[in-house]
Design a protein around this ligand. Structure first.
Ligand code: ACM
Length: 633
């Protein structure tokens, strides 16, 4: 009897271990949520969505999110799940949404508590924002077919049982789209907002003006959109486009009417996204100058730049010595302030060449008369006047980190893009900061090998995005509002390419901005990214598969010979190569980790990654004469 009971204990112990291991494994496989929630307690069982499932908005302010949840579920399932105010007696399958009457301190304004049992899903939050984020989490707990824009028949729609508590690390989780260098129509902007919302971003920064296009209707300044929104069409390499030719029609571009803007703001608001408008001054202003040439001090320019060389050749700066410029800005920012409910307005401030201010007698005179010693101080004078205009409209100024030069405006918030330094300096002066360093957060850079990527410049791989830490050491964390990914669109001619450049790097940024630092895990992130690709496939969202491509670098051997080093960004891939001009296949020449000697006479290495027998990366044909340019530092 005794031995039996000991054996039973051992058996039960082993069984327990096996079970808990398998539940753990199941929880790892079942949940692939990006950004990773603060806490997931996996439970056995699933909630099965049914045509009879009922959504209950327990309080009035839960109704809007409840309606969005119903739409989210009804589209792919073809069900007609309705929102009720109260549970109907006898209902077996319920999703309830509550906004807490007493605030739960742990989850803050944007957090939520989500409990899924076999019969009942409950969502609690302090604010509809939290309910909205819980709904996004539920979306990723459904199968990828949930992303289908059309109903799929005969599917079992399950949501795994779990208790999830979740809230964001940062209050500013942004993405910027440059709608100036290329114009993106309203329908695409809404689609982009939908995609952002899925990954819990909450600020959409629209870069509405630049040298290549003015994109927002301003009443009383019709030439901004009659002239400033249009340029000559060009293809090829940005900065080497042919300048406008005499008599050539400028018919490429577009703009948002104020009604369009109101519609976009309302759309974003329903998805708990604030829109940050940017009018980039005093540099980057050629489009405005083409519309109203009096805005510049030195030249009379009448063409919007199409992406041809102009920097320090054409004067793209506003004249800070001319009162008409401030009255122009007052008109523009009064309307911007009236349209956009967000408390911040972005005034740009970046990359303002000082060359033309130095050349202009008027500007130099103005500086003398006003005791302004340097052109940097002059820019600071300009920004401070702008801050007064914004403050009069109840708005707060935010600008790129160049606004530090010559003295920072009193209440300015700084967007740090030239590394983290501008942000660190601003925070040490007690200013708020949004971290968007180019080296971690610029989505316009190459994400894989330039030989197989659409043309752009520099490189920012997914892994590097994932390594972004927005709070530098020695800085008061509360002053770092959060971070933002920026998609400049010189080399992004349409919406499909905007998606390609955004995903999956914006997955990485969403996790950086939302999830606790200790929850970051590259391996788990990649597993979840691959699962999320299935959702993007269903919604026909384009994304980059660059993380599957090989990384080719040069290495010097002990005898100073140049060797080829191959690597992958993610684990679990094999690399195959050839030097003889044939295409690699998975049955010969597997890379073993040691740098490869270049065989005599070879001019090219061809490389491809495989998972088992299946190719997963693109084939890269690398000219070996380039190897010395790729030596690891
Ligand atoms: C910037 O990239 N010029 C802000």
């Amino acid at each position: 009897m005794k031995t039996k009971s000991i054996l039973r204990k051992i058996f039960l112990g082993v069984l327990g271990c096996v079970l808990s291991m398998s539940i753990h494994a199941q929880s790892l496989n079942t949940f692939h949520i990006i950004p990773e929630p603060v806490s997931i307690k996996s439970k056995t069982g699933v909630f099965v969505l049914q045509p009879q499932t009922c959504i209950v908005a327990e309080n009035k302010n839960a109704a809007q999110v409840a309606k969005m949840l119903a739409e989210m579920l009804n589209t792919p399932t073809g069900y007609s799940i309705a929102v009720q105010q109260k549970k109907i007696a006898g209902t077996q399958s319920i999703i309830s949404l509550y906004v807490n009457e007493t605030q739960d301190k742990e989850i803050g304004k944007e957090g939520y508590i989500l409990r899924v049992t076999a019969k009942h899903i409950t969502i609690r939050a302090n604010d509809p924002k939290g309910l909205f984020y819980a709904v996004q989490t539920i979306f990723q707990m459904l199968p990828p077919d949930a992303a289908s824009p059309v109903a799929i028949k005969n599917m079992q729609w399950t949501i795994p049982c779990a208790d999830i508590t979740d809230y964001p690390r940062f209050g500013w989780r942004g993405l910027m789209l440059d709608v100036s260098r290329h114009f993106f129509p309203k329908a695409f902007v809404k689609r982009y907002i939908d995609q952002m919302a899925r990954y819990k971003f909450n600020v959409f920064h629209m870069h509405l003006s630049d040298d290549q296009g003015w994109r927002i209707e301003i009443k009383g300044l019709p030439r901004l959109t009659e002239v400033g929104a249009w340029r000559v069409p060009r293809q090829g390499s940005w900065w080497s486009f042919l300048p406008p030719q005499p008599g050539e029609k400028a018919d490429f571009g577009g703009f948002y009417t104020q009604e369009d803007i109101k519609e976009i703001i309302a759309y974003a608001r329903e998805r708990h996204i604030d829109i940050l408008p940017e009018i980039d001054v005093p540099g980057h202003s050629l489009a405005a100058i083409a519309a109203y040439p009096y805005l510049s001090a030195t030249q009379y320019i009448t063409n919007v730049n199409p992406g041809s060389r102009f920097y320090n050749i054409e004067d793209n700066t506003l004249n800070p010595a001319d009162e008409r410029v401030y009255s122009f800005l007052d008109t523009v920012f009064t309307q911007i302030a009236g349209l956009f409910p967000f408390r911040y307005i972005h005034i740009g401030g970046d990359e303002c060449t000082k060359l033309f201010w130095r050349k202009s007698a008027k500007v130099q005179n103005f500086m003398k008369q006003n005791g302004v010693k340097t052109e940097e101080e002059l820019q600071s004078y300009f920004i401070k006047r702008l801050e007064k205009i914004l403050q009069a409209k109840g708005k707060q100024l935010i600008g790129w980190d160049e606004i530090l030069e010559g003295g920072l405006a009193e209440d300015a918030t700084v967007m740090s893009w030239r590394g983290m330094e501008g942000g660190i300096k601003s925070a040490k002066m007690g200013h708020h900061v949004v971290m968007t360093p180019a080296s971690y957060a610029y989505l316009d850079l190459y994400q894989g090998d330039p030989l197989v990527e659409p043309e752009t410049y520099s490189t920012l791989r997914l892994k590097h995005c994932y390594d972004f830490e927005p709070v530098p050491e020695g800085v008061t964390p509360d002053l770092i509002l959060g971070g933002q990914g920026n998609l400049w669109t010189e080399s992004v001619p349409h919406g499909r390419q905007a998606e390609y450049m955004t995903w999956p790097r914006a997955f990485a940024l969403s996790e950086v901005f939302w999830s606790p630092r200790e929850k970051h895990n590259w391996q788990s992130f990649i597993t979840r990214t691959e699962k999320n690709f299935e959702y993007l496939n269903k919604s026909k969202t384009l994304y980059a598969r660059s993380m599957y491509d090989a990384i080719i670098t040069g290495a010097k051997g002990p005898d100073d010979s140049l060797k080829v080093k191959l690597a992958t960004e993610i684990d679990g891939l094999d690399i195959y190569y050839t030097f003889d001009g044939t295409n690699p296949d998975p049955f010969q020449n597997k890379y073993q980790g040691q740098p490869l000697e270049v065989p005599k006479g070879a001019s090219q290495i061809r490389v491809r990654t495989y998972r088992g027998d299946l190719p997963v990366g693109q084939q890269i044909n690398f000219p070996l004469k380039e190897l010395s340019n790729r030596l690891e530092k």
